[in-house]
Structure formats: C-alpha cells, structure tokens
Design a protein around this ligand. Structure first.
Ligand code: B12
Length: 222
C-alpha cells in the first residue's frame, strides 16, 4: 500500500510538471495518450486512501519545479499554464474529499490582489478552509483593494486572505490593509504567495502563512 501510494504521488508530481490533465493529454514528446493524467491519478490516490494533505504537498512541490524550469528557460508561459490547468483538474477531484462538515463558521474573504493572475495557491487555501467549515467568499484574481475592503465591510467578515505571487503586486497587500484600517475594520489579515515574506507581512500588520496548512492553523488559533 505504501509503495502504491508513493508511486501514485510520484506520478501526480510528474504529470503536473508535464501539464497532463487527463488521459487524453499528450506529454512533451507527444506520447502518453491513454495513460492516466492528474485527474485520474488523484482519483486513484484518494480512493486508495492517500490523504488530501499529501496530494496538496505533492502539487506544491511539482509547481516549485515548474517555477524553477521557467526561471532557467527550460519552460515557457504555455508550459506553466498547462501545469496550472493540470492542478485545477486535480483540485476538482479533491474538493469533495475536503467538503465541509456543515459547521457554520466565520466568514473568510479571499482574493489575489490587483495585477496578479496567479490563483492556484489561493484556490488551495480557499478549498482547505471551506473544508474546515469556514464560509469562504472567493473574489478571484486581479481584485482591486477597494473591492476587497467593500466586501469585507458588507459581509462583516473577520478574516481576510490575500495572495500575491509577483514582487510587483505584493505591495498591493499593504494597500488593502491600510484601507481596511482606515475604515476602522480590524479583521485579521492572512497573506501568502511566493513573493511574500515574513518581514513584509509584519511590516504591513498581517500574518504570514507559508502554505494552506499554515492558514488553517492561523485561523484556528483565534
Ligand atoms: C503557474 C505560474 C503561472 C501561471 C499562473 C496560472 C494560475 N492559474 O495561477 C501563469 C502562466 C498565468 C503565470 C503568469 C505569470 N507569471 Co507566474 N508562475 C507560476 C508558477 C510556476 C507557479 C505558481 C503556483 O501556482 N505555485 C503553486 C502554489 C500551490 O503555490 P503558491 O501559489 O505559492 O501557494 C501556496 C503558498 O504560497 C500559500 N499561499 C498562496 N496564496 C496564499 C494566500 C493566503 C491568504 C494564504 C494564507 C496562503 C497563501 O499557500 C499556497 C498553498 O500551499 C510560479 C513559480 C513559483 N515558484 O511560485 C511562477 C511565478 C510566480 N511567475 C512569475 C512571473 C514572472 C509571471 C509573469 C510575469 C510571466 C510573464 N512574463 O508574463 C506572468 C504574470 C501574470 C500576472 N499578471 O499575474 C515569477 C514571479 C517573479 C517575481 N518575483 O515576481 C515566478 C516566481 C516564476 C519565476 N521563478 O520567475 N505564472
């Protein structure tokens, strides 16, 4: 069983990197058609008892590799897109396994800040918190500060999550926190994404979360 799980995890990793969503997809050399892609592999892993946490960890690692390959010029934007789509396909399969117990908990408004289109990390955080029973309001990507503040106020949310993957968009997080405080809203703000650091989070008065599990810890420790 352990061996099978490890093999499946390895295959999920490989197929995320290759950007193969499902069995109809080709690999880089035009082969692999008919072999399971991320969708089928995640399904098989979950049915075989692999924990969602392990699958999420594997996805994180695979995307890390994709980022390195992009940095070194081995991958281009379409390759990153294909991997992102493969992750989305896997997350759709994962969602019911993380589905909420029906507890009604605090509202959590989450968004990727203005100028930034990256949403895989945000979606994982949203999914995990939804699964933990939080009432997640996901505003999507490229969201202006005013829209975030307006939603937090209208929903009277006590928790806010901001994602930024670009060094150029990270500063938008500070703008959101400033606007929230200017309106007298003292919601707890969680921030994450590759561009963000512990020191930047501290500078703007937010809580840094390394990953989605860190987010869960931070909101549970209220
Ligand atoms: C996939 C990807 C893309 C895809 C995004 C598709 C999508 N739907 O998201 C596409 C192709 C669109 C893309 C575009 C671009 N990208 Co890009 N992209 C990536 C890549 C490879 C992976 C990101 C990812 O999904 N990681 C996996 C997830 C699970 O990890 P994560 O996002 O970090 O999230 C986890 C934690 O950070 C945390 N977290 C994240 N958000 C939040 C929020 C909260 C509230 C909390 C609590 C926690 C939390 O929890 C998550 C789960 O555990 C990264 C490389 C990298 N190392 O990050 C580059 C990267 C972020 N991209 C980069 C660049 C440069 C770009 C482009 C500018 C390229 C271009 N020239 O056009 C554009 C920008 C587009 C835009 N305006 O946003 C650079 C950024 C460099 C920088 N310092 O600014 C990176 C680092 C690649 C590199 N090494 O150069 N990209």
């Amino acid at each position: 069983m352990v061996k099978i799980s490890n093999e499946l995890i390895e295959q999920i990793n490989e197929n995320v990197i290759k950007g193969r969503r499902h069995k109809e997809d080709e690999d880089f050399e035009g082969g692999s058609v008919g072999e399971p892609g991320v969708e089928e592999l995640v399904e098989e892993a979950l049915k075989g008892g692999v924990k969602p946490k392990e699958i999420i960890g594997c996805i994180n690692e695979a995307m890390e590799v994709v980022g390195k390959k992009y940095e070194t010029g081995e991958f281009f934007i379409p390759d990153m897109m294909a991997s992102a789509e493969a992750v989305s396909a896997g997350m759709d399969v994962l969602e019911p396994y993380l589905s909420s117990t029906g507890e009604s908990m605090d509202k959590f408004v989450i968004a990727t800040v203005e100028g930034d289109l990256h949403d895989i990390g945000k979606n994982i955080v949203a999914l995990l918190l939804k699964g933990a029973g939080f009432n997640v309001i996901d505003l999507g990507t490229n969201v202006p500060a005013d829209k975030i503040v307006e939603t937090v106020r209208a929903e009277d949310a006590k928790l806010v999550g901001l994602s930024a993957l670009l060094t150029t968009t990270m500063r938008r997080m500070g703008e959101v926190v400033e606007k929230l405080r200017a309106e007298g809203i003292d919601a707890k703000v969680l921030v994450g994404g590759a561009a963000v650091s512990v020191s930047y989070a501290a500078e703007i008065g937010a809580i840094y979360c390394k990953d989605a599990f860190g987010a869960l810890e931070a909101v549970k420790n209220d």
